[in-house]
Design a protein around this ligand. Structure first.
Ligand SMILES: Nc1ncnc2c1ncn2[C@@H]1O[C@H](COP(=O)(O)OP(=O)(O)OP(=O)(O)O)[C@@H](O)[C@H]1O
Ligand SMILES: O=P(O)(O)OC[C@H]1O[C@](O)(CO)[C@@H](O)[C@@H]1O
Ligand SMILES: [Mg+2]
Length: 442
């Protein structure tokens, strides 16, 4: 991917003139293997050959602004009002992020007010303005123990003018948007309207997606919790299929465009024999098609486990009448039920009448509370987001990239999807673990 330094430069509302509450703590800090100074930058690339292929000097290499506290900040904390909104599908850790933001703003920056907008962008509109809640330490005390989001979420289009009216009415200086690609596109529309009116409001994003489909982020928060939940379902169908004659276990997992959950969950316990993901097309019929491979497996081992991502094999399904959800995301055909039927029919036809155990855990993997690892990740993202907002960064998201917390322009995070690379080492691990062929088909 071609990347200029300018593509990676984040926007700032202006000069930072106020002392940060962290100024003293930062006074003697310099870049070390464990800390990146605020004036240093983090490289986008991490292999010698990629760096060399850029063909530019070290200071021109694509690099990212480091996240974290600044010595000077843009907003006067005592006069700062903050808003938080969670949008899109649920994800483990949303409450941890909300809690982390509120705690950091309250205990360290002592901001004036923190408002929570209810049910996504809808909560910022005139119609729902009265549902805004004030957030304090008490309100977020133990919310990390619960899945979901205390603020609620939603999909669906809202008018940016209407939403900015609300920000103005409440005197909001920093809005934190916790959401996926759609939410970040929505946030950019907000900043456009904010700019058009010449307002001094920062919009900072915390990227959220259980599908792990956002770029410039090692792994999105909640992903680890979600795939760990998915693992349990694969283990169940494995046990069930093992106990049955010609046992077939099929698990359909979330992942519209990216099969990360399917890959990680399958690798975790190594019970899966076939993993089907959107990034790797497959055919069902013919000597190298999925059905013959599944049949061979059942003949040799007496059972088979198939893990399929919801976005896999969409080309095999009837496209007619395809609809979209309220946010404009295409509703997918049900590849899980389709495969279940096809495998059942095929095995029956070749005299291996199967016992099929089909599970679609669906929302069960994303509605749970974050595990300890994700909770740590969420609180650190929350801290980074607060520092970015108080320093006047806007149209910016905070992410962890190659284990460093950094700032990325919103535009870049929505520029393309993070997907499993069929030539990459993750997919290679899946092929090694399952023993499935690299391709199905001719
Ligand atoms: N292009 C866009 N412009 C303005 N707003 C958008 C745009 N795309 C999405 N939104 C809004 O952002 C919110 C969340 O979008 P969406 O439902 O696509 O979820 P998401 O943030 O992508 O999260 P996820 O895909 O992980 O569930 C919705 O209110 C939606 O209307
Ligand atoms: O929440 P909804 O609208 O049912 O959408 C489900 C989709 O949301 C996601 O969980 C992403 O948030 C996808 O994996 C899934 O396809
Ligand atoms: Mg999305």
């Amino acid at each position: 991917m071609t990347l200029e330094l300018d593509d990676l430069r984040v926007r700032s509302l202006g000069e930072c003139r106020y002392d940060s509450p962290f100024a003293e703590m930062l006074a003697t800090k310099r870049t070390s293997p464990h800390y990146v100074h605020e004036d240093d930058r983090v490289l986008v690339d991490d292999t010698v050959s990629i760096l060399l292929s850029r063909g530019v000097s070290i200071d021109e290499l694509p690099s990212l602004e480091t996240a974290g506290p600044r010595r000077k900040i843009y907003f006067d904390p005592a006069a700062t009002n903050v808003g938080i909104v969670t949008c899109g599908g649920l994800c483990p850790g949303l409450n941890d992020v909300i809690r982390g933001i509120v705690q950091e703003l309250t205990e360290h920056y002592h901001v004036a007010h923190i408002y929570g907008f209810r049910n996504g962008y809808a909560g910022l509109t005139r119609r729902h303005r009265e549902r805004v809640v004030e957030l304090d330490l008490h309100a977020v005390r133990d919310i990390n123990n619960d899945g979901g989001t205390i603020l609620g979420s939603s999909r669906g289009d809202q008018d940016p003018e209407d939403m900015v009216d609300t920000l103005v009415e409440l005197g909001i200086h920093v809005l934190f948007v916790i959401g996926g690609d759609g939410s970040m596109r929505g946030a950019m529309k907000l900043t456009k309207e904010i700019d058009a009116r010449g307002l001094d409001i920062a919009v900072v994003g915390v990227p959220k997606t259980i599908d792990n489909d956002l770029p410039f982020t090692d792994q999105s928060f909640g992903f680890q919790t979600a795939f760990a939940q998915a693992t349990e379902f694969i283990a169940s169908v494995f046990v069930e299929s093992q106990a049955a004659e010609n046992g077939v276990g099929i698990v359909k997992l979330m992942g519209r465009h990216s099969g990360f959950i399917a890959c990680y969950a399958a690798l975790s316990n190594n019970d899966a024999d076939f993993v089907l993901i959107p990034e790797v097309p497959f055919v069902l019929d013919g000597p190298n098609g999925v059905l013959r491979r599944v049949e061979d497996h059942v003949r040799r081992h007496g059972q088979v486990v198939v893990v399929v991502a919801e976005g896999a094999g969409q080309d095999l399904l009837e496209q007619e009448g395809r609809t979209t959800d309220a946010s404009g995301n295409t509703k997918l055909g049900d590849i899980g039920l389709f495969l279940k039927q096809k495998i059942t029919d095929h095995l029956t036809a070749v005299d291996l009448p199967p016992t099929v155990r089909y599970l679609d855990p669906s929302y069960a993997i994303r509605s749970v509370a974050a595990n300890a690892y994700d909770s740590v990740y969420c609180v650190r993202l929350a801290h980074a987001a607060v520092h970015a907002g108080m320093a006047g960064r806007t149209e910016t998201v905070v992410v962890r990239w190659r284990r460093r917390f950094v700032h990325v322009p919103m535009e870049l995070i929505t520029s393309h999807r993070n997907q499993v690379d069929p030539d990459g080492d993750l997919w290679m691990s899946v092929l090694e673990a399952t023993g499935q062929p690299a391709t199905f088909g001719a």
